[in-house]
Design a protein around this ligand. Structure first.
Ligand SMILES: Nc1nc2c(c(=O)[nH]1)N[C@H]1C(S)=C(S)[C@@H](COP(=O)(O)O)O[C@H]1N2
Ligand SMILES: [Mo]
Length: 523
């Protein structure tokens, strides 16, 4: 009696599993891909999470009433709901991809690639996105496509014929690989969350921390220091536009509550300072232009900021360097080192342990909670970010990260100048053209700037007011431009009378030289 019912029932069952398995394969592939993406995002490209980017894109695209509805229904849980929806959406697509791939390969893979491309678009259309931020999405696309291919080829062949043998082995193999992919994906998501939790905690600590006021009123920046010319670098570089150079693949996340700075080595007294102790010291504000030795002529690896910090010379005075010491090897939390001449850290310049940058706590990528800022030296021998140790030592005993890699032991900044406007390749009508830029020779100062057109005479530029010898100085020159192709060239003279050299040298081993020149077409 039961026999007539059996065939239809088994057909239903097999149709069920026919769908169930490719769906599982698709979802497992998606989990593997998304997990890989979240891990890569957490470690390498925090702005690159495809899930968050697609979520943000959805926020931008959905009509206002949907947003209101979701906020009305879920309140502050709206973001979580959005993320769950994006993930569910990804799973639905993945399920479809699984079925497609098992029936009409390679259409499943094509769908995965299309979804990956959508994620890339979502990531790259976020404001401030860099090309690199696409890495997690591309990773997820590749991982998901590969997993999908592997898993669908492992679908038990017995589905087509439930009565043929060896179904158990196939099924187990399929379940094992699907389960492994899904499980690794989930683990990767969790790993990514753990990694980014560190960043969030540091961000939160930084947000809670208010900078102490400077102990003495800082010298005001003269209003005439900024010529406010369109296209000319502002005299103070905003933190967001400040160049960033370091070897840290992942920005060190330091809990200021546990941060300490140790002064060690050839000293009478080893000193250890906590963050709270540092903040309680009289801090001072000073404006210093930071430059990278890798800055090519005309390059933008230079920025000027107002730093709040404590003079290193006062800390060293407490530690009392022993006779014979001539260098301080500063070390960052991630092991990077810089060797700075002891005399530069003990003379009267504003070499500081900085905690503030342009009125806010140091941004994470600029050294939070504490970095060094030393006027007059390139960053590689002075500007240690995330600093945790000052080891007083000797140049003949120790070398630092870059000085043991072919860069010179001492790195004073070279006198240099740059044309900001007009930009290279500008076309402008004949007549008045404003030529403007910046010139620098930190801790020496700029005396004059001159501009030359083609092989003509050198013309004196107008200088903006100097903030101090430790900062760059804006300049401008009014040019009555005749029609034709021209080359504009700039050179500076420092406060000691040294004229910037026209000899062209590469950045390695101690900084580029040569004159910045800009070709323009007039008429
Ligand atoms: N910990 C650490 N500090 C560092 C570096 C680094 O790689 N690691 N790079 C240095 C170099 S080469 C320069 S030019 C400056 C750049 O500082 P900024 O990224 O704040 O502009 O930081 C210096 N401090
Ligand atoms: Mo640098």
């Amino acid at each position: 009696m039961a026999t007539p019912d059996a065939p239809p029932r088994s057909r239903t069952a097999s149709r069920g599993s026919r769908l169930w398995r490719p769906v599982a394969a698709g979802v497992a592939a998606a989990l593997g891909g998304l997990g890989a993406a979240e891990l890569v995002a957490a470690i390498l490209a925090p702005a690159g999470s495809p899930i968050l980017a697609v979520g943000a894109l959805v926020i931008d695209l959905v009509p206002g009433w949907v947003k209101e509805l979701v906020i009305g229904l879920f309140g502050t849980g709206d973001k979580a709901v959005l993320i769950v929806c994006v993930v569910l959406g990804a799973f639905v697509l993945a399920a479809v991809a699984g079925v497609l791939e098992s029936r009409r390969p390679p259409f499943g893979r094509a769908l995965v690639v299309a979804a990956g491309a959508l994620a890339v678009v979502a990531v790259l259309t976020r404001s401030g996105a860099a090309t690199f931020d696409a890495l997690p999405s591309v990773t997820s696309m590749v991982v998901a496509a590969v997993l999908l291919t592997v898993l669908t080829t492992r679908l038990p062949r017995t589905i087509a014929d439930p009565n043929s043998g060896s179904s158990g082995v196939d099924r187990r193999r399929f379940l094992a690989s699907t389960g492994t992919s899904a499980g690794l994906g989930v683990l990767a998501v969790i790993g990514g969350q753990l990694v980014s939790a560190g960043t969030r905690a540091t961000d939160a600590a930084r947000a809670r921390f208010t900078l102490p006021a400077p102990a003495t009123a800082p010298a005001p920046i003269p209003p005439g220091a900024d010529l406010a010319i369109d296209g000319l670098s502002p005299v103070i570089t905003p933190n967001l536009g400040f160049y960033r150079i370091d070897t840290a693949l992942q920005v060190p996340r330091i809990d200021p509550a546990t941060w300490t700075l140790k002064v060690t080595g050839l000293v009478e007294n080893e000193v250890e300072l906590t963050f709270a102790e540092l903040l309680a010291l009289p801090l001072e504000e000073s404006t210093t232009t930071l430059t990278c030795v890798s800055n090519p002529v005309g390059g933008d690896l230079i920025g000027n900021a107002t730093w709040l910090g404590y003079p290193i010379r006062l800390l060293l005075a407490r530690a009392k360097p022993r006779p014979g010491a001539d260098m301080v090897l500063s070390r960052s939390e991630d092991g990077w080192t810089a060797s700075t001449p002891l005399e530069v850290l003990t003379d009267d310049r504003n070499a500081i342990l900085a905690v503030g940058m342009n009125g806010v706590p140091l941004p994470l990528e600029h050294g939070y909670p504490v970095r060094m800022v030393v006027p007059g030296l390139y960053g590689y021998v002075s500007a240690t970010k995330w600093v945790v140790e000052l080891n007083v030592t000797r140049f003949d005993r120790e070398s630092a990260y870059w000085t043991s890699r072919g860069w010179t032991e001492r790195g004073p900044v070279k006198l240099s100048s740059r044309i900001d406007v007009p930009r290279a390749g500008t076309r402008a009508p004949a007549g008045p053209v404003t030529v403007a830029g910046v010139a620098w020779s930190q801790h020496v100062g700029i005396r004059s700037v001159q501009v030359q057109v083609d092989d003509g005479p050198w013309n004196d530029a107008t200088l903006a007011d100097a903030i101090s010898a430790d900062t760059w100085r804006q300049w401008s020159w009014q040019w009555t431009a005749p029609a034709g192709r021209h080359t504009i060239r700039v050179r500076a003279t420092d406060a000691a009378g040294l004229v910037q050299t026209s000899v062209v040298r590469d950045v390695i081993p101690d900084g580029a030289t040569g004159l910045h020149q800009v070709p323009v077409t007039i008429g």
